[in-house]
Design a protein around this ligand. Structure first.
Ligand code: HEC
Length: 184
């Protein structure tokens, strides 16, 4: 290959590079890609990262055992108004959006036979042992942040931030039983 031929080839390569770069710039200048604020197609069970519900939740869930002895079931009953849109508290009460909550504490998760629980809740119940039951602390964690503690649950409730509120609600839930379970 002589020098002249080499120059021709090098020139051709450089031109090709230049043309592709210019086309690339022009393409970017003509079209401005914009990110969507939220996904257009929402796949059930998959949540957008910016979900306010999970963002607001406490990172560490404080236990309520130390609070339960001073907890106030009457205050819990007042707080239960937040739950009553979806849950009934009375014995044999109907299921609403969520299951009836009589006799929940100490019972297995997914405790109402005729209610259509999510797969996530059924899987939680199938764990067996304490993990499959609504112990005081399991319930505490669930009420603090339902979606984080049982990922895939269909309970769309942001969660109760204050440990005192959770203790009071749990004290009220405990009273919903023929034989309330002993305090921890
Ligand atoms: C917007 C409706 C809604 C609200 C509000 C709500 N829940 Fe739920 N809850 C549900 C649904 C739906 C389920 C079933 C979850 C599943 O199957 O994944 C559920 C499940 C539960 C369970 C498990 C019951 C079982 O049998 O295992 C408990 C306990 C519970 N909720 C307590 C509460 C309490 C206490 C509040 C108020 C602080 C509350 N929920 C607020 C809809 C709701």
């Amino acid at each position: 290959m002589n020098a002249y031929e080499f120059n021709k080839i090098a020139g051709a390569l450089l031109t090709a590079l230049l043309v592709t770069t210019v086309i690339g710039f022009m393409g970017n200048a003509l079209i401005h890609p914009r990110k969507l604020e939220k996904p257009v197609v929402v796949i059930e069970g998959v949540e957008a990262k910016a979900d306010t519900q999970t963002a607001a939740a406490p990172a560490v869930i404080e236990p309520i055992a130390p609070l339960l002895r001073q907890a106030n079931a009457e205050a819990g009953k007042a707080l239960f108004k937040q739950c009553a849109a979806c849950h009934t508290p009375d014995k044999g009460g109907r299921n609403g959006v969520g299951p009836n909550l009589y006799d929940t504490i100490g019972n297995k998760k997914a405790h109402i036979p005729g209610y259509a629980y999510s797969n996530a809740m059924q899987a939680a119940a199938a764990k067996g042992g304490e993990d499959g039951q609504w112990t005081y602390e399991q319930l505490n964690a669930f009420l603090a942040n339902p979606k984080a503690v049982v990922p895939g649950t269909k309970m769309t409730f942001a969660g109760l931030r204050k440990p005192e509120d959770r203790a009071n609600i749990v004290a009220f839930l405990r009273s919903l039983s023929d034989q309330p379970k002993p305090l921890p």
